[in-house]
Design a protein around this ligand. Structure first.
Ligand SMILES: NC(=O)c1ccc[n+]([C@@H]2O[C@H](COP(=O)([O-])OP(=O)(O)OC[C@H]3O[C@@H](n4cnc5c(N)ncnc54)[C@H](OP(=O)(O)O)[C@@H]3O)[C@@H](O)[C@H]2O)c1
Length: 236
């Protein structure tokens, strides 16, 4: 019998998260827990369930709500209790302000931190017991090139960029704390989604197929690294 891998994707009802689920369920080797804030209105995801032959499970998860994160881990137990979790993809994220460092509001700074940093941190904590039981034990924090200081993108999108830099540090801390788990950062590129907009340079399918190549091939030696979707190492 061929090997089965279990995956959990946050923010999977649209954009890059949805593309992850679409590509993953195309392989019979994958069992996917697709999470989103409002499963009842996740029509594209629900349409996939029929063709996924029992391999796709939709679970409610709002990454800005600690109670929702805990409840999702309990709900996912049915799928993950036996095999554990091989891959946790913390993809959900927000970019709600085109602000700069001198006009970013307290609300914008904290809202971005909650969704883009505290969310992935608490999701990893809630799913840690499943990761410990999984075979691959990979945490993927979907960040952004804007989170890199070394890439020097300038002053724009301050609240968002600062939150992604903090997400990068979270990943470093996860890797340092748990050498038995592979924690990496991935920059999906500038992708044509609601967030990336129509002028973006990368199609969702190309970003995700590239990210999946990286994610499925990383080893413990790669933990704590920062990758672009095409496999290139990025400067912090
Ligand atoms: N597109 C790009 O060019 C680009 C570039 C660099 C990095 N990224 C990163 O890639 C990831 C995906 O981006 P995308 O382009 O697919 O964005 P998107 O099209 O705006 O989709 C964002 C996804 O995140 C979900 N989400 C937002 N807040 C959430 C919350 N509190 N709880 C659960 N889900 C939540 C959204 O769900 P709802 O439908 O419920 O809002 C949606 O599914 C993000 O982390 C983003 O920062 C994107």
């Amino acid at each position: 019998m061929s090997k089965t891998f279990t995956w959990l994707v946050t923010g999977s009802n649209r954009g890059i998260g949805f593309e992850f689920v679409k590509q993953l369920v195309a392989s019979s080797a994958n069992v996917v827990v697709a999470t989103c804030r409002q499963p009842e209105s996740a029509t594209a995801l629900k349409d996939l369930v029929g063709s996924a032959a029992g391999k796709l499970h939709i679970v409610a998860l709002d990454v800005s709500d600690a109670a929702s994160i805990k409840a999702s881990a309990a709900a996912a137990n049915e799928v993950l209790s036996e095999h554990g979790l091989d891959y946790l993809i913390s993809n959900a994220g927000i970019m709600q302000a085109m602000d700069g460092p001198f006009d970013a509001t307290e609300e914008a700074l904290l809202t971005h931190f909650k969704a883009n940093v505290a969310g992935p941190a608490l999701v990893a904590q809630a799913y840690l017991p499943y990761l410990e039981k999984g075979e691959r034990k990979v945490i993927v924090n979907v960040s952004s090139g804007l989170g890199s200081i070394g890439l020097a993108f300038g002053a724009k999108q301050a609240s968002y960029s600062i939150s992604k830099t903090a997400l990068n540090m979270l990943t470093y801390k996860q890797a340092a704390d748990r050498p038995d788990i592979i924690s990496i950062v991935v920059d999906p590129g500038w992708v044509k989604t609601d967030m990336g907009g129509p002028n973006a340079q990368v199609e969702p399918q190309d970003s995700v197929s590239g990210q999946l190549k990286v994610i499925t091939s990383v080893t413990k030696e790669d933990s704590g690294k920062y990758y672009r979707y095409d496999g290139e190492n990025l400067p912090w």
